[in-house]
Write a protein that binds this ligand. Structure first.
Ligand code: ATP
Ligand code: MG
Ligand code: MG
Length: 549
């Protein structure tokens, strides 16, 4: 990555550091605890923490918890867990709600400077007063209230003397500004609501724009990085800092991550959870960090993905297949190769003694430097193989089993198909083969050349497991931009459950958080629903590569 050119944020930070404008780089990741974090947040996390890892300084975790209605401690906890899991450490754990006193003080200061007023206009009247982008707004009848009157009314707001919505505190800026946000924005509203941390201490709450920049400033954040939707908020961000004469944090914007075949807003993801369209925030089909973790994604693969997509100044849509490419690459290096049969059919070796058992040795990972060691694989005369590996009437270039055809059993012997059985419906129920004793893998003296290798599990030694296969959650690339409700585009076939797959005995001790390659079938991991004797595996990703770098 030394070779990589700097992104625009790194460039401006390098300038600020070399000019001495910035002494210590301080960034923050500021989630609102109103849901679980998703892969878009991972991009912001990697960016903010990555910058201070690269340039020194530190990153704060600040919960942007100024909206009492939507925030919960469950979300605070899950967000912390996800950031830690990605491998990042914050310097300070902070809450915007801890600044409620200071923010209130800032509001009083603005009133004292004649730069804020209590407005008894209704929400509709305020909207009306704002005008449109092409015509200037109109002053509220309450705009000329005296400083003393405003201080008294704001105190009454704070003391709970008004019902919700009776009045607001507005900044007195410029009703003819071309930036609609500068047309006397609301900075405090009345909300008699319980807050997850401050309880019932407050009945007025600051608006996002009045809380975010000032929180940055209180923490001496030097570079406050956010997504492009906030470009128009920057003027207001700077105005508050200037008028309050506080530490000059600066806001910079980058393009948010959008990913194909999914949605990426906590509000929408919450609908999927609440309407039971998925099993929870950590459903393996969800683009949440907890969903990806449960699906078998590694922190390294997510960080690699964020690195590859880079930091842009323009909105774009990233292919889901790039994320899949990153996990495939990572698991290719670390996953133990094992054998599992998902759609079993019996294969009987007629010339292998019925009571005989043999232990074969399998290499765990030919892609790993140390080959990942080896494991023992039991072999006997009755095996499970994949139904799709046999064709009664083989197609051209069919190198797997068919009447009279030979194939290698992975880590074992070459077998030849001699016969097969069918039931009354014409379904193949059993395949009969002979094996070539001198063709054992690693010591093959048979001189026979076969083109196909198939996987198998010894029937006597096989364990059963539930296997869950996943597909994309939505049927269209961009459910957000389709007509109607985004939920209309859910993929009804996004999950396939195989109740009884056969796995080799090595997998009995498979652990959560470890990736396995079921050879020819994809990468899999143990699901949290798994219990001893009732194993459940998730397919993380198939082996096929749809996306080329
Ligand atoms: P959501 O609509 O998903 O809730 P949000 O922006 O409201 O998103 P926050 O909790 O406020 O969520 O976000 C915390 C930080 O993560 C912010 O700095 C935000 O800009 C960033 N972020 C959120 N979504 C994305 C995304 N898709 N790509 C990059 N950064 C994002
Ligand atoms: Mg937000
Ligand atoms: Mg949001």
């Amino acid at each position: 990555s030394e070779e990589k050119s700097l992104n625009f944020i790194e460039e401006l930070i390098e300038n600020d550091l070399s000019s001495g404008k910035t002494k210590t780089l301080v960034t923050r990741f500021p989630p609102e605890p109103n849901g679980y974090l998703h892969i878009g947040h991972a991009k912001a996390i990697c960016l903010n923490f990555g910058l201070t890892q690269k340039y020194g300084g530190y990153t704060n975790l600040r919960f942007d918890d100024t909206n009492p209605i939507t925030e919960k401690t469950e979300y605070v906890n899950s967000q912390q867990e996800d950031i830690h899991w990605l491998g990042f450490e914050w310097k300070n754990e902070l809450y915007a709600s801890d600044y409620f006193d200071q923010l209130h003080g800032f509001a009083v200061k603005l009133i004292e400077k004649g730069l804020a007023y209590v407005d008894h206009s209704t929400a509709e009247e305020i909207a009306e007063q704002k005008g449109t982008p092409t015509e200037p707004g109109k002053e509220s009848a309450y705009r000329s209230r005296s400083i003393a009157e405003n201080l008294a009314l704001f105190a009454s707001m704070k003391n709970g003397e008004f019902e919700d919505g009776v009045c607001t505190l507005r900044a007195k800026i410029d009703l003819s500004s071309s930036n609609m946000l500068m047309r006397d924005p609301i900075i405090y509203r009345i909300k008699h609501a319980h807050h997850h941390r401050t309880g019932n201490a407050w009945c007025i709450y600051p608006m996002y724009d009045f809380a975010h920049g000032q929180s940055d400033s209180i923490e001496n954040i030097t570079h406050s990085i956010c997504t492009l939707e906030y470009v128009s908020h920057r003027e207001l961000y700077d105005w508050f800092i200037e008028k309050l004469d506080i530490f000059p944090s600066k806001q910079y914007e980058f393009a948010r991550l959008n990913l194909t075949y999914t949605v990426m807003s906590k509000r929408k993801l919450m609908q999927l959870v609440n309407e039971n369209l998925v099993s929870g925030w950590d459903d393996p089909r969800m683009p949440t960090i907890s969903g990806l973790r449960r699906r078998g994604y590694t922190p390294e693969s997510i960080k690699e993905f964020c690195e590859r997509i880079g930091i842009a100044k323009r909105e774009n849509l990233i292919e889901l297949s790039l994320l899949e490419f990153c996990i495939r690459e990572d698991l290719n290096k670390r996953a133990t190769r094992v054998m599992a049969v998902l759609d079993p059919i019996k294969l009987v070796i007629t010339n292998y003694p019925a009571g005989k058992e043999e232990i074969l040795i399998g290499e765990n990972n030919p892609e790993a430097e140390d080959k990942g060691g080896t494991r023992e694989i039991p072999f006997s005369n009755e095996l499970w193989i994949e139904r799709e590996d046999f064709m009664e009437e083989p197609a051209k270039k069919w190198f797997r089993l068919a009447p009279g055809a030979t194939v290698r059993l992975k880590h074992a012997y070459i077998v030849k198909c001699e016969d097969f059985k069918k039931d009354e419906n014409g379904n193949v129920t059993e395949i009969q083969c002979t094996y070539i004793p001198e063709s054992k893998s690693g010591e093959d003296t048979s001189g026979i050349n076969v083109k196909g290798t198939i996987h198998w599990v010894s029937a006597k030694h096989a364990q059963t497991a539930e296997v869950r296969l996943y597909d994309r959650l939505f049927t269209v690339e961009s459910p957000d931009s389709e007509e109607g409700d985004f939920k209309d585009y859910l993929n009804s076939e996004s999950m396939e459950v195989i109740k009884q797959a056969y796995i080799e005995p090595y997998l009995i001790n498979a652990e959560q958080g470890v990736g396995y390659q079921f050879i020819r079938k994809g990468y899999f991991c143990v699901d949290k629903d798994s219990k001893p004797g009732q194993l459940v595996f998730n397919r993380t990703v198939s082996l096929k590569e749809a996306w080329k770098p």
